[in-house]
Design a protein around this ligand. Structure first.
Ligand SMILES: CC(C)(COP(=O)(O)OP(=O)(O)OC[C@H]1O[C@@H](n2cnc3c(N)ncnc32)[C@H](O)[C@@H]1OP(=O)(O)O)[C@@H](O)C(=O)NCCC(=O)NCCS
Length: 179
């Protein structure tokens, strides 16, 4: 497998992959911002010189110990061949070279059950989002209370503060509501 950082020369491919894998969330702006600022930093994953998936990571000011997983997906026709595992292991190894303590994401445990299984398999601590009442405020956005937080320790460090991560989901939902 080969991982190529997204830059001006391959941005159209990155945008296309993102739109195929996440049709409801496609955001070319985010790919362009990543090229300009390195936040998010995105990669295209190639297998035998064919693009098969994408992955990325980003940082947020109020979660300084965490690296957050950005778009992560494998094209349907290449799934269940171990590619997702390789991509995630590659991401973990890049992130271990950095100073942050945790690699973190959250997702829908039913819609994205494959990824939740994969996170568990690779040693992520997976917990339900607990502020169930908050979610009701976002029901008009089609948000269901199916979130799980997936967090991986990149080094020996303090226990994961899941409360803080719950807040991160809440803030993201607020942002979505206000946009
Ligand atoms: C999640 C995803 C990246 C996995 O990619 P993949 O290349 O199929 O993953 P792998 O072949 O390495 O499978 C790894 C593990 O995923 C889980 N998994 C994969 N397909 C699964 C399925 N159909 N049902 C249940 N678990 C599954 C298993 O734990 C599997 O490990 P195993 O083979 O030892 O049982 C892929 O399904 C995908 O792109 N999904 C849509 C986008 C998405 O949900 N992204 C994550 C958002 S957080």
């Amino acid at each position: 497998m080969k991982f190529v950082e997204v830059n001006n020369s391959n941005k159209d491919l990155a945008i296309k992959l993102q739109a195929i894998l996440f049709p409801s969330e496609k955001s070319p702006k985010q790919v362009i911002r990543g090229i300009k600022t390195n936040n998010p930093k995105n990669f295209i994953a190639y297998r035998y010189n064919k693009p098969v998936g994408i992955v990325g990571y980003y940082f947020e000011k109020n979660l300084s110990d965490h690296i957050l997983i950005n778009w992560f997906g494998v094209l349907k026709e290449y799934r269940n061949k171990g590619i997702g595992t390789k991509i995630l292991k590659h991401l973990i190894s890049i992130c271990k070279q950095r100073k942050e303590n945790y690699l973190t994401t959250y997702t829908d445990k039913f819609e994205n059950s494959e990824s939740v299984n994969l996170y568990k398999k690779l040693g992520f601590d997976v917990r339900d989002y607990v502020n169930v009442d908050d979610i009701k405020k976002f029901s008009n956005l089609g948000v269901k209370n199916n979130y799980v937080i997936c967090c991986y320790k990149l080094k020996k460090c303090e226990d994961i503060e899941f409360e803080k991560l719950n807040l991160k989901i809440y803030e993201d939902l607020m942002e979505m509501k206000n946009n």
